[in-house]
Design a protein around this ligand. Structure first.
Ligand code: S3P
Length: 417
């Protein structure tokens, strides 16, 4: 079995969430092309609609009429579904607005840490309550003061929540980021007219009135593209090209690791609006070598660790991902899922402390009883593992792929030869 052909993944999930959420803070209207069709981003649209945003869908575009911070809530109980990004970012956003809101989600979201977001928002003056650090969360916002805050975890969601509160505060807010994480919120706040400055790993935002850009286009999601790109590297005859995908350097850690392992990668940046985007081709890459992935690289590929771990099972020697403890609190315990499911297929993966070790190469065999634990990225990784094993594998709750990539199975069928 091999993967061959060209595909375009859905619009980037992180960027889609952000343009959707910014319609609450900013005035004006925006026509968004290629807004992600994934379930998580549709959750964000439902939430902003329930807070008063008028939304039209025309010819595949989404038109959002910004509220300029004047919410008219139809509902104060907001269902964030499976989406951590929706919940964490909206916590920051609501912290600067009057009224009390309660935020909840599905069983997976209810297990995820929210105290990390609540703590800085309280320092800014909002009242935020969590249920033992987890959802449901209550936010009662209003006048905020600016703060200077050093992130205790390398999380773009946490950084974004503070910046979205900070742009509404009475003074400057500085977020110190010991390890660089994705910077879409910064790009997009600037695009909407905010003043943001970066110096020595710290972002400072000034209070500002925001306006949506008239037109906005979302490049394809590199985190979705990763499954087929890595899949092509592992399968004889593989040759896959992802078109019009996001290539912002805070998201391309996976491509760097592919190069380091000796994969045959060609990358072409074709534009830089709203952020760098272009084409990536990966061909079957015999002789892949294991490598070390340093802590500072993890946020640049955090969602790609499952598929890169699979890739490492096919590489010669040891691969280690350093300090990946955050993967325990994603949509599932991804470290446990990677180890149990891939080892059941014949891999040799272990964890020491927060470091993930993979010894390769190990042939993989298709086995019965694989489980995604309802986690979209584990489901897609295991389907690609099936391709590597040479047989279609059934994976429990594989429909969860639509959380980030609704067309995954269609694209898989089209690329599979
Ligand atoms: C995201 C940031 C990452 C990532 C998630 C999306 C974002 O989470 O795993 O899928 O859009 O900011 P953390 O920032 O919590 O690591």
């Amino acid at each position: 079995m091999k993967l061959k052909g060209t595909f375009s993944p859905p619009g980037d999930k992180s960027i889609s969430h952000r343009i959707g959420l910014l319609s609450l803070l900013a005035g004006g209207q925006t026509r968004v092309g290629n807004y992600s069709t994934c379930e998580d981003c549709q959750t964000t649209l439902k939430v902003v609609e329930s807070l008063g945003v008028r939304l039209e869908r025309t010819g595949g575009d989404v038109v959002l009429h910004g509220l300029d911070r004047k919410l008219s809530p139809k509902n104060r109980e907001l269902d964030c579904g499976n989406s951590g990004t929706t919940m964490r970012l909206i916590m920051g956003l609501l912290a600067g607005l009057p009224g009390e809101y309660s935020l909840d989600g599905d069983a997976s979201l209810r297990k995820r840490p929210m105290e990390r977001v609540a703590a800085p928002l309280r320092l800014m003056g909002a009242r935020v309550e969590t249920a033992g650090g987890k959802p449901p969360v209550t936010v009662a916002g209003g006048d905020l003061n600016g703060i200077s805050y050093t992130l205790p975890v390398a999380s773009a969601q946490l950084k974004s929540a503070i910046l979205l509160a900070g742009v509404q505060a009475g003074g400057k807010t500085t977020v110190v980021e010991p390890i660089k994480t994705r910077d879409h919120t910064e790009y997009m706040l600037r695009l909407c007219g905010a003043k943001l400055e970066r110096s020595h790993g710290a972002w400072t935002v000034e209070p500002a009135r925001l306006t949506l850009p008239k037109n906005f286009w979302v490049p394809g999601d590199i985190s979705s593209a990763a499954f087929f790109l890595c899949g092509a590297a592992m399968t004889p005859g593989g040759d896959v090209t992802a078109e019009r995908i996001l290539l912002n350097s805070s998201r391309t850690g996976m491509i760097e690791v592919l190069y380091r392992m000796g994969a045959r990668v060609e990358e072409e940046i074709q534009g830089d609006v709203p952020e760098a985007w272009g084409r990536v081709r990966v061909r079957h890459s015999p002789g892949l070598k294991g490598c070390e992935v340093a802590p500072a690289e993890i946020p640049l590929l955090v969602d790609e660790v499952p598929i890169l771990a699979l890739l490492a099972t096919q590489a010669e020697g040891d691969t280690v991902f350093r300090e990946v403890g955050e993967l325990r609190v994603k949509e599932s315990d991804r470290l446990d899922a990677i180890i149990t499911q891939l080892n059941a297929m014949g891999a040799d993966i272990s964890i020491k402390g927060d470091d993930l070790y993979i010894k390769g190469p190990t042939p993989l065999k298709a086995v019965a009883g694989l489980d995604s634990f309802g986690d979209h990225r584990i489901a897609m990784m295991l389907k690609i593992a099936g391709v590597v094993a040479g047989r279609e594998t059934a994976v429990a709750k594989e429909e969860s792929a639509s959380i980030s990539y609704p067309g995954f199975y269609q694209d898989l069928r089209a690329l599979l030869r």
